[in-house]
Design a protein around this ligand. Sequence first.
Ligand code: TXA
Ligand code: MG
Length: 356
Amino acid sequence: MMKTRVIAIDPARVDAPEARAALAEAGRVIAAGGLVAFPTETVYGLGANALDAAAAARIFEAKRRALNDPLIVHVRAAELAGGGPNAALEGLRASGVIGDLPGPMAARAGALIQAFWPGPLTLVVPRGARIPLTVTSGGDTVGIRMPGHPIALGLLAASGVPIAAPSANLFGHVSPTAADHVLADLDGRIDLVLDGGPTAIGVESTVLDLTEDPPRILRPGGAPREAITAIAGRQATGDAEAAGPLHAPGLLDKHYAPRAPLRVLPDLNALRSAYAAARANGHRAGLLLAEADRGAFSEAELVFSLGDDAADMARRLYAGLRALDDAGADCILVLAVRGPGLAEAIADRLKRAARR
Ligand code: TXA
Ligand code: MG
């Protein structure tokens, strides 16, 4: 058991002297092969030097992650600011993070990078020679993304290496949207947590496989399908279930799950009956409710508010699952979510979290 240190950084003041010192320190831990959890705009990541196979292996060990579930490599494409997306791609290729992209793939990647980076879009492209197979779970492709969070970008700059980082939770558990969530799962198993407060988006990045034509969404997430399709020029199709077991190994199993069984009900009447039945059977049912639906459950004890719209719900969902678990709920009930954009990602996570 190692000692896990926590350093708080105000994301609005990453240039303050204390913040720079903290980031420099965290960068040294990464460069030395250690594990640092850090905030991104989606969820907290558990980072290690993506060029170091032994460091990446420590991520799998700390999370108890299945070895066939590849890691996302976080990059700071500094060239984006000056030379634009093509210079950024060329920089990633020259540094051995990605391989040679055929013309049409490079064109799509460039357009998507221009539109979404820094931000919640992970692109699956050919792996570069310097990324060890431990990171890609033996595959010839690598998932890359430039995160849109000042602490994540500061850590990338300070460490000077690309950072492999899955969500900073135990494998299969709910992803962390706050430093406390990271500690609840990983205290004593990692070196350092950079606490930058709660994350802004709250669900993970969209994972888009560019090695297929048309590109395939392996995991819906923070970047909406409609916007990706508009920019990629062709319809981004599919979901991980249709892609088959080898395509996105980590996405097929039960995932994002609280300890208490989760049930997703199709409408308010079904939710009311399920709640009444659970109570009648002596269960401590927890409810995840939109503000608008709270009035229908004014007598309920274990309620976590998901706010008013899809953005609120994405931001609050994982905290709500953890909070109801911690409050001792022995089952959790929630209304189904439908719709485009972020709602697709929320519906996907609810479905997986409900799987037993
Ligand atoms: O928002 C996010 O994506 C967060 C933050 C920390 O960046 N990261 C994250 O990582 O959610 P993780 O490991 O929990 O989920 C990434 C998923 C994996 O389950 C894996 O299946 C898929 O992305 N993935 C990564 N690399 C891949 C590859 N080369 N081919 C196919 N799928 C890949
Ligand atoms: Mg994860």
